[in-house]
Write a protein that binds this ligand. Structure first.
Ligand SMILES: Nc1nc2c(ncn2[C@@H]2O[C@H](COP(=O)(O)OP(=O)(O)O)[C@@H](O)[C@H]2O)c(=O)[nH]1
Ligand SMILES: [Mg+2]
Length: 305
């Protein structure tokens, strides 16, 4: 059993850059202003925006802090730190839920090129296997040969079977075969990788729509999750990616990757505040055990400690 402490330690490590980005500025502001006034709030708002929480979300947080400061007659700037932590924890935990699968399940993994879909699938397969689930993977990114090879390496590491065709094959046919294999081998979970880059966006969206319909037709009894993988270093563009994919495939949850590589992990707060979707997992590195279930409380603690 992996203990809670090591998971939290990893989360803290993954968020180190963001934490020092936000907290060092907040500490500076508190030292500089000592007492709360409008300028203090302006600078604090800027700090939140710099961490990628989004202009609207940052503004909402500041307005809510202002209100609380007024009502409770708070003057001491040092008290803002805990209040801020509570506001962020509140946003992150609203509507948040853990990732739970009923068997059989199909997980369709989508997102633009390079965000970490294939890597996430390898990590997720391993995570689910550790929960005693029977997992099979479909290499439905047939756009490049290297994509299936990369996925094969991850599947070997995780010890799960992979269904793949030749480069350039119809991704729908790969998913179709994988579903038949999942049924006959009585698998609990089928995870489908998809391409993120085709000749144009319309092409990509048509392809995803087709895969989606094959799953619905061939395995209507399966519970279906459509996970959108978002790269935390993308910035506010992540929000429009989510909107676009959602229109075509109906996203059920988010995986936020590469938090370890950015000082702008505040994007998690923007995603949570602006999209009506749960964040299920976060990626904090390139190794097998670097995918973690998203826990709002540990996340905000790790972010603002
Ligand atoms: N630092 C870091 N790198 C990651 C993470 N997830 C994926 N990557 C890297 O991002 C790159 C693209 O990942 P890949 O899975 O091929 O993306 P795909 O095009 O969406 O399938 C690879 O070099 C991965 O190792 C993460 O959580 N942290
Ligand atoms: Mg890939």
């Amino acid at each position: 059993m992996e203990n809670k402490k090591s998971i939290f330690a990893k989360m803290k490590e993954g968020l180190a850059k963001t934490r020092s980005n936000i907290m060092s500025r907040v500490d500076e502001l508190i030292n500089y202003y000592k007492e709360i006034d409008d300028e203090f709030f302006d600078d604090l708002e800027e700090t939140l925006i710099i961490s990628d929480m989004g202009v609207r979300t940052a503004n909402d947080i500041i307005e809510s802090l202002k209100k609380q400061v007024r009502e409770d007659k708070i003057g001491d700037a040092a008290r803002i730190k805990n209040m801020l932590k509570e506001k962020i924890a509140h946003i992150l935990s609203e509507g948040s839920k853990g990732f739970e699968l009923n068997s059989p399940a199909v997980i369709l993994v989508v997102g633009v090129n390079g965000v970490g879909k294939t890597t996430t699938i390898g990590k997720l397969a391993s995570l689910l296997k550790a929960e005693e689930k029977r997992v099979i993977v479909a290499a439905a990114d047939t756009f490049r040969a290297a994509a299936a090879e990369q996925l094969e390496i991850w599947c070997n590491r995780a010890g799960v079977p992979l269904i793949r065709h030749m480069e350039g094959a119809d991704p729908g046919a790969v998913v179709f075969d994988a579903i038949q294999a999942a049924k006959s081998r009585k698998m609990d979970v089928l995870i489908c990788d998809t391409a993120g880059r085709l000749h144009n966006k319309k092409n990509l969206m048509n392809e995803l729509d087709k895969i989606n319909r094959i799953i619905d037709r061939e395995m209507p009894e399966a519970s279906k999750e459509v996970l959108l993988v978002i790269d935390a270093t993308t910035g506010q563009n992540a929000i429009s990616q989510a909107t676009e994919f959602n229109e075509v495939v109906g996203i059920t949850g988010i995986v936020l990757t590469k938090l370890d590589g950015t000082a702008k992990g505040g994007i998690a707060v923007a995603i949570k505040a602006q999209l009506d979707l749960p964040i299920y997992f976060v990626g904090v590195g390139e190794q097998m055990d670097d995918l973690q279930p998203f826990d709002p409380k540990s996340f905000s603690d790790a972010l603002l400690e």
